[in-house]
Ligand binder design. Structure first.
Ligand SMILES: [Zn+2]
Ligand SMILES: [Zn+2]
Length: 351
């Protein structure tokens, strides 16, 4: 059994356009000025991408102020220390996992997935798609790549110029191929994938718990608000909105959390849930499923003491994955596919 070590992570560069073939009037404009509009637009787009993150942080900041300052300190509603301790534990875990999700750089394919120089030149010179596929197939033979396009071709990213590892997809927002890409999340302004999926699930879990803590401790004062038993100060409006906002966030986050916990149990990404990965024997939505406990370990790791903390403990290197249905004869694969995951046949990719 051959094992693949942790492969180095590189961020593929987007190829620049060939200049100089055609002369346009704007070519006489100095280079800096010519690039300015597109550069300015990109900067604006990047700045705008942070608006949802800013919004979340403002809401969280306000919730902290309303709970700790207005309710606990000024109004002395929740004067017990235990409330404050519980609140701060969940607030800390929530913000920790949230910022880890935001700050974790998405992992891209290693250099091993780039075409060697000779093959790359051949590929670029070749105009026939079939011949290009033959070049890709030859290179992919030495790589742990078992998924194909819907048409059965080797998955190749023309922007990053890499053969896509299994479960890797190109993100147009991040402008790179992302290992085990789940989705691009505007609320964290980052791609959720192999490098931060555990943090993302924990962020959803702690966000839900944070809302639960707020709702559970504020509800008694929320009821008093409607029965007009609260002193007439501005703090009562904080109570009203705090409960409403926490309840609304809880409902929306809980549905997302439930969905991602289901995905973790099935060892599926959001992309794979919508479009089953295609193997040599055809599409199989359960192709990467290894059984519930192993699926959970793939994301959270095999050491339980790290599960609840947003520290990296996922298994594997993001480039290659255990699967079933590989190296099985077509008839056998067909019968396994028909049973739809009831009978697992594990075939190690590492031979
Ligand atoms: Zn790409
Ligand atoms: Zn992205």
């Amino acid at each position: 059994m051959r094992t693949w070590g942790r492969l180095g992570v590189v961020v593929p560069s987007v190829p620049s356009l060939k200049a100089g073939d055609v002369t346009f009037p704007w070519d006489i404009i100095p280079h800096g000025l010519k690039m300015a509009p597109s550069h300015a637009l990109r900067c604006c787009k990047r700045a705008l991408n942070w608006v949802p993150v800013l919004f979340i942080n403002l809401v969280v900041g306000w919730s902290y102020y309303a709970y700790v300052v207005e309710l606990c300190v000024f109004f002395s509603f929740l004067s017990t220390v235990s409330y404050l301790v519980i609140f701060h534990i969940f607030f800390f875990m929530f913000t920790w996992s949230y910022w880890k999700t935001i700050c974790s750089r998405p992992s891209g394919p290693s250099k091993a997935f780039c075409l060697p120089r000779a093959e790359k030149e051949l590929y670029e010179r070749e105009e026939r798609a079939e011949a290009q596929q033959e070049i890709l197939k030859k290179v992919a033979r030495n790589l742990p790549v078992y998924t194909r396009t819907a048409g059965g071709a080797i998955r190749y990213c023309h922007s990053c110029q890499v053969i896509k590892p299994d479960r890797c997809h190109h993100c147009s927002t991040c402008e790179m191929c992302v290992l085990k890409m789940d989705h691009h999340c505007p609320w964290v302004n980052n791609c959720v994938g192999f490098s931060n999926y555990k943090y993302f699930v924990l962020f959803l879990a702690y966000a839900s718990l944070y809302c639960v803590v707020i709702c559970a401790t504020v509800i008694q004062y929320f009821i008093k608000f409607w029965t007009k038993q609260l002193p007439d100060t501005h703090a009562k409006f904080h109570i009203l909105f705090l409960f409403f906002v926490a309840a609304l966030f809880f409902i929306s986050i809980l549905s997302l959390l439930s969905y991602h916990l289901w995905l973790v149990g099935k060892n599926r990404t959001t992309i794979e849930a919508f479009r089953a990965p295609v193997f040599a024997n055809g599409p199989d939505k359960n192709g990467f499923s290894l059984g519930f406990s192993r699926n959970v370990a793939e994301v959270f790791g095999d050491r339980a003491k790290y599960w609840i903390f947003p520290v990296f403990s996922s298994l594997g290197d993001g480039h290659s994955f255990l699967t079933r249905l590989v190296h099985i004869d077509p008839e056998q694969a067909k019968s396994v596919l028909q049973q739809n995951g009831k009978r697992l046949v594990f075939m190690y990719l590492f031979i």
